[in-house]
Write a protein that binds this ligand. Structure first.
Ligand SMILES: *Cc1c(COP(=O)(O)O)cnc(C)c1O
Length: 454
């Protein structure tokens, strides 16, 4: 089987295979990798997914991108190991579902991408006898999912930057209580600042010796596994011939890109609701055609979505024939009409998010946390403004126990701590701190490299 090649959204002429794209993260011209060809799964095959387990569906969806780069048995084993938890699809009322992506080890949907990506990376690195330093920025959930997914793996160390004042204490503890090959780094700034520092480090030729690699949603290895749960949700809620509506609470748009790739692969999707918090740069773009990042980003209660310039917009624009560079500058407008046909973009205020948490509990006894509530509120908006549809699936991207304060206040319910988080409040924390400037990060990485050599 011939594998699929990947190109840079910034137009670099070089093509790479999945293995290369996974290991470098970002293209040499700072563009993001996109598959040159998107394989289509025929509808007759998709309809068989209803009888398949999650890992088996994952095999069907991801395998075409790998070709023969990974031995078949090894890949099947990786999938079994990565997806060893439940993926509940809960019916709320007629034809309206919640897809719970919060049952992994860090109780966030980011486990889906990080766990497969970590295993694939280790597979390639071991084969080559190489090692890498994963440098990543987190607004809360990426860091813990990546840290857990790579924890204890050989040939890989992890440095995670997080905005000290923007993560909840449980999100922080999920990163700082691990140790071993995981080094968390608190930054006196916002998520966007962390992300900018990481980008600068990748562009710095002085750091070549560190073998930096990225685990952000810019890595194609994060993106492809996120196409899988859309197929899975469809297989559990739709019957043949149905088209489905998904509501996707969105920050960096990695989750949404997974869905769009699923659609291009043949999944019958009627509409994606792109639900953002008050960082409404994308809903505004969809209205006006003018893209204006929000700087600094708004600090909303759905903190993993406080993104004023989503990094995956470059991919989204590319998918619709446009071109956006790494700074957010639009060199070629995408096909706005086609985008509007596929996407319904909506911004949900914190006030509406809180009201949604309260109402969904009172009305349906469904406990949502702020990110899932943004998705559910987006769906409600769509059904009201456009009309009823079935099936509709709204993504719940984290466990309510990660955001206990807000939920207790709104519903009176203290969300039960999932087993994966049971010990969290007792374990000891270890992390370093840097100032919000590149010199601090570079200095830290220099010392880090020295300590690794010893
Ligand atoms: C990261 C995250 C999101 C946003 O996902 P993107 O892929 O960045 O759009 C939503 N909810 C939670 C809980 C997250 O951790």
């Amino acid at each position: 089987m011939s594998d699929i090649e990947f190109f840079s959204t910034n137009g670099h002429p070089e093509r790479v295979n999945f293995r290369q794209a996974l290991l470098v993260g970002q293209a040499p011209d700072k563009g993001l990798y996109m598959p040159e060809r998107i394989p289509v799964i025929p509808l007759s095959k998709i309809s068989q997914f209803s009888k398949m387990s999650y890992p088996k569906i994952a095999y069907q969806v991801v395998k075409p991108y790998l070709g023969d780069l990974v031995a078949d048995e090894a890949f099947r084993a990786m999938l079994q190991d990565a997806y060893n938890f439940d993926v509940p699809v809960e019916k709320v009322y007629d034809g309206k579902y919640i897809l719970r992506l919060d049952r992994g080890p860090t109780c966030s949907f980011k486990d889906f991408a990080a766990r497969l990506m970590g295993r694939l990376m280790q597979y390639f690195l071991k084969k080559d006898g190489r090692s890498v330093l994963i440098l990543t920025a987190t607004s809360g959930d990426t860091g813990s999912a990546v840290a857990h997914a790579f924890y204890g793996l050989e040939n890989i160390s992890v440095v995670v930057l997080f905005p000290e004042k923007e993560v909840t204490h449980r999100q922080r503890r999920q990163m700082t209580t691990l140790g071993k090959n995981v080094s968390p780094l608190a930054v006196d700034g916002k998520f966007d600042d962390c992300q900018a520092l990481v980008k600068q480090a990748f562009a710095d030729s002085d750091l070549k010796g560190l073998n930096l690699s990225s685990a952000n949603s810019i890595n194609i290895g994060r993106l492809l596994p996120q196409a899988v749960y859309y197929f899975y949700a469809y297989s559990r809620t739709a019957t043949e011939g149905n088209t489905i509506v998904f509501s996707v609470p969105s920050g960096n748009f990695g989750d949404l890109m997974g869905g769009l790739i699923a659609m291009k692969m043949g999944l019958p999707v009627h509409k994606f609701i792109v639900a953002t918090n008050e960082n409404d740069e994308f809903p505004n773009f969809m209205k006006t055609g003018d893209y204006e990042p929000i700087r600094p980003s708004e600090n909303c209660i759905s903190n993993a979505m406080n993104v004023g310039h989503p990094s995956n917009l470059a991919r989204l624009f590319c998918l619709y024939g446009g071109q956006m560079d790494e700074t957010g500058h639009v060199n070629r407008q995408p096909d706005l009409q086609a985008m509007r046909e596929n996407l319904f973009a909506v911004s949900i205020s914190d006030e509406e998010t809180r009201r949604t948490i309260k109402d969904s509990y009172n009305q349906y006894k469904v406990l949502l946390e702020p990110h899932g509530a943004v998705g559910w509120a987006g769906l409600a908006r769509y059904l009201k403004e456009v009309g009823d549809w079935s099936p509709c699936v709204s993504l719940e991207t984290a466990d309510p126990a990660k955001f206990p304060e807000e939920i207790v206040r709104l519903t009176g319910v203290n969300p039960p701590l999932p087993k994966a988080m049971a010990q969290l409040d007792q374990l000891e924390e270890h992390f370093d701190k840097i100032n919000m400037n590149y010199a601090s990060l570079k200095d830290y990485l220099g010392r880090f490299a020295k300590s690794q050599e010893q």
